[in-house]
Design a protein around this ligand. Structure first.
Ligand SMILES: NC(=O)c1ccc[n+]([C@@H]2O[C@H](COP(=O)([O-])OP(=O)(O)OC[C@H]3O[C@@H](n4cnc5c(N)ncnc54)[C@H](OP(=O)(O)O)[C@@H]3O)[C@@H](O)[C@H]2O)c1
Length: 271
């Protein structure tokens, strides 16, 4: 039996509104499981389905989706969040500031208006597990779509210090500049490596999705007093989380980030 078989799913008929989640690949995508269960629990007539679309085909796929009148909107995940923001006709909130989005509503005239809920989802997920980021020294690995949103949300949540480390240093520097443009006094910077004293370490890279991926940081740098958090949902416990557990660290799984934003996504797309 799969994990989804016991969850309720709303019946599909001629009035069903459709949401697609655009991803490449799609096998790791877990949002439909939670989204469709929530839709069913709320008694809404809607469904979320995965669409495997390559970055090169995203503009063409979106042009087609503009014509679909019962399409409520799209959710986007790796690797589309930055490209999708550029393809949207309008962006709201933090998406407009950072140029990334993970959801776009389709208006009746076929325009897409994007928002970004990953950051608020991550911080809400932490708080839901009794972890308050306020006052913490945080290390964020990554500077892609998810990491960008997590960085902004951690600053909003009052971390004492935020250090961003990314394979492509220029992207980390650009992200720091974007964050400082909105919050000139924010204690945020980039660094070449992950050495340091951290209360909270967040893997915001895509490393850990594939079994052959290297760890996003050397586990010898992990102190048992650090909380190690993931954005990756599949596997539920990545190699990084397993290594952190072995070092005596508290861990926080990536699934909390998505479950914490389901109501926001349902509301924005179907409300
Ligand atoms: N739990 C949730 O709700 C949730 C929500 C959103 C995303 N996610 C997960 O977050 C992950 C990242 O998504 P995204 O949209 O941010 O992707 P993205 O925009 O493509 O960014 C990928 C990030 O990973 C880094 N990276 C990729 N391959 C690497 C490698 N071999 N070595 C070192 N760094 C590497 C990239 O570094 P460069 O800049 O150097 O390329 C970049 O910082 C995905 O696994 C996704 O499933 C989870």
């Amino acid at each position: 039996m799969s994990e989804t078989s016991s969850l309720p799913v709303a019946p599909i008929d001629g009035r069903t509104r459709v949401v697609v989640i655009l991803a490449y690949p799609t096998h790791h995508v877990r949002t439909p499981t939670f989204f469709n269960a929530r839709v069913a629990a709320l008694g809404l007539n809607a469904v979320l389905v995965p669409w495997k679309v390559s970055p090169a085909q995203l503009p063409a796929a979106l042009e087609g989706l503009r014509l679909v009148e019962n399409l409520a909107g799209v959710i986007v995940t790796v690797p589309h969040k930055q490209q999708m923001a550029a393809l949207c006709d309008g962006l709201e909130g933090i998406a407009a500031h950072l140029g990334v989005c993970n959801v776009a509503r389709r208006t009746p005239d076929g325009r897409f208006i994007g928002r970004m809920y990953d950051g608020v989802g991550f911080v809400t997920g932490l708080r839901g597990q009794g972890i308050d980021p306020a006052g913490k020294r945080a290390l964020l690995l990554g500077a892609g779509g998810a990491a960008t949103a997590v960085a902004a949300a951690l600053l909003d949540a009052g971390v004492r210090q935020l250090t961003i480390v990314n394979r492509t240093r220029d992207k980390a520097d650009l992200l720091v500049a974007q964050l400082k443009a909105k919050r000139p006094d924010a204690a945020v910077g980039s660094a070449e490596g992950a050495a340091g004293q951290w209360d909270l370490i967040v893997n915001g890279t895509s490393l850990g999705l594939k079994p052959e991926d290297p760890l996003p940081l050397d586990p010898v740098l992990l102190d048992p007093s650090s909380l190690v958090a993931e954005v990756i949902m599949q596997p539920a416990e990545t190699a990084l989380l397993l290594a952190a557990k072995a070092r005596g660290c508290r861990i926080h799984r990536g699934e909390h980030m998505v479950t914490a934003q389901i109501d926001l996504l349902v509301d924005y797309l179907l409300g």
